[in-house]
Design a protein. Structure first.
Length: 347
């Protein structure tokens, strides 16, 4: 019953977006800082689709995208606040609609937050993270969706069917679905595969896209992984938790850039007795934290309460100011309290 109500609510919001899009609009899309495959894929898919439907559309990102995604169609047309702030402010001045993708709290777009909040444009959020804040006039929020890309697919097809689907749109949506589900390992539900079959029907090459996403690493990744496995690894067997960390010196020595550490945390969860994984990185200005878990164990509350962050049940993140050592010690001290309620952990 509750799910049915939820679906109706989402459908209502999608219809409200449909009403907005029934006239030609000036649209600015944005996605979260340090955009991943889902953030970029959802923004670019909408960019292609909305343009096809006659709207004027720009994408404004709050931070640069990882080089590894350079092959995504349209990515080179995006505006990035670090380089294009004036143009972004100008575009927002004339925007009639803004769309927030793959985030649900304004601090996730950092320096763009103020610029977006000041527009008179109608705002729309499309997202699948937990605990959304009321940041938009139209809130298309579904925590059961695997990815924002899956939701964007639902928005497109429930408004206009699949007539507009083409290879560019399908490539972008497939990328977000593949990255957020870890190639259909997490957050999957039956309807996702029906959607994916429609994406594949456009003729996109799944093997080629997966190769571009997963088998396209710089050799630096293996070196970093080696460092984490051998020298930056803390095991907490009493709470079945593994921790990796990287120091400021590591960042300098390995010339670590955006996206270079993506995926390293997943290696901790490959160990059968590890149920919770944490990855602390001493980035310029902040300690960035990623958290992952298996099964019903939630890391979202920990991210929210200890690290100013949030995310999903099994994948969350946040940040702290201060020293790396303090951040790790805090996590080690507080973690058992959070895990004590999970019987499968025997904490
Ligand atoms: P990752 O560990 O890959 O950076 O992020 C995992 C998940 O946690 C993503 O869904 C991401 O949106 C969320 N997340 C990561 N960092 C933050 C943060 O600083 N704040 C919030 N609210 N969510 C975050
Ligand atoms: Mn996502």
């Amino acid at each position: 019953m509750q799910l049915r109500m939820l679906m109706t609510e989402i459908q209502k919001e999608i219809r409200a977006l449909g009403d907005l899009l029934s006239v030609t609009q000036n649209i600015v899309l944005t996605a979260h800082k340090d955009p991943d495959g889902d953030a970029l894929g959802s923004a670019l898919a909408l960019w292609h689709w909305l343009r096809k439907r006659g709207h004027t559309v720009d994408i404004a990102l709050p931070s640069p995208y990882p080089d590894g995604f350079h092959w995504l169609p349209g990515l080179d047309k995006t505006l990035v606040s670090d380089y294009d702030m004036e143009e972004i402010v100008q575009k927002l001045k004339f925007a009639s609609v803004v769309i927030y993708l793959d985030f649900n709290a304004m601090d996730r777009i950092e320096r763009l937050s103020e610029a977006f909040s000041q527009t008179d444009a109608q705002s729309v959020m499309i997202d699948h993270h937990r605990d959304p804040e009321p940041i938009a006039d139209i809130m298309i929020s579904d925590v059961a969706a695997s990815s924002t890309c899956e939701l964007v697919f639902e928005v497109m097809t429930s408004l206009y069917g699949d007539v507009d689907l083409d290879r560019n749109i399908a490539t972008c949506l497939y990328t977000g679905i593949i990255t957020d589900t870890g190639s259909f390992k997490y957050n999957i539900r039956p309807q996702l595969f029906i959607h994916v079959s429609k994406l594949l029907s456009t003729g996109i090459d799944s093997n080629a896209i997966q190769d571009l996403i997963f088998n396209n690493l710089d050799i630096k990744f293996l070196r970093l992984l080696g460092l984490c496995l051998t020298e930056r690894f803390i095991l907490m067997p009493e709470v079945q938790t593994g921790i990796f960390y990287l120091t400021k010196q590591d960042y300098k020595e390995f010339d670590i850039k955006r996206g270079d550490t993506e995926g390293i945390i997943n290696y901790l969860l490959k160990v059968k007795n590890i149920k919770v994984a944490a990855f602390f990185r001493q980035q310029p200005g902040i300690i960035k934290i990623s958290l992952r878990s298996k099964g019903s164990i939630s890391v979202q509350q920990i991210a929210r309460e200890l690290f100013n962050g949030g995310g999903h049940l099994n994948a969350s993140g946040g940040y702290l100011h201060g020293s790396l050592r303090k951040a790790i010690t805090r996590f080690q001290k507080e973690l058992p309290n959070y895990l004590s309620k999970y019987k499968e952990l025997k904490v």
